[in-house]
Write a protein of this length. Sequence first.
Length: 100
Amino acid sequence: MALQIFMVTALDHPLSTDKRANLRPDHLRWIEKEADAFLMAGPLRETADGPVIGSHLMMRAKDEAALHTILATDPYTQGDLFASVTISHFQPVMGAWLTT
């Protein structure tokens, strides 16, 4: 069975800049540990130079249950950084990333 692709958008609780900064080193180690699951990851900002307000991840997993298992081990998740997390199935069909 091919791995499914998921888009994960996680929005921080308000006023969580310090919490995010404190959890970030462990979060980056977690990404390295789970590197095979990641296609892309990065912070969300309201403006190019504004504060981080969340995270956006493109991940692959066997199914949504497996994805939830991976996400549950994220220090950001365990540290209650996120006010909301949205998971959507994603099927890429065109774009520059697909031609390389």
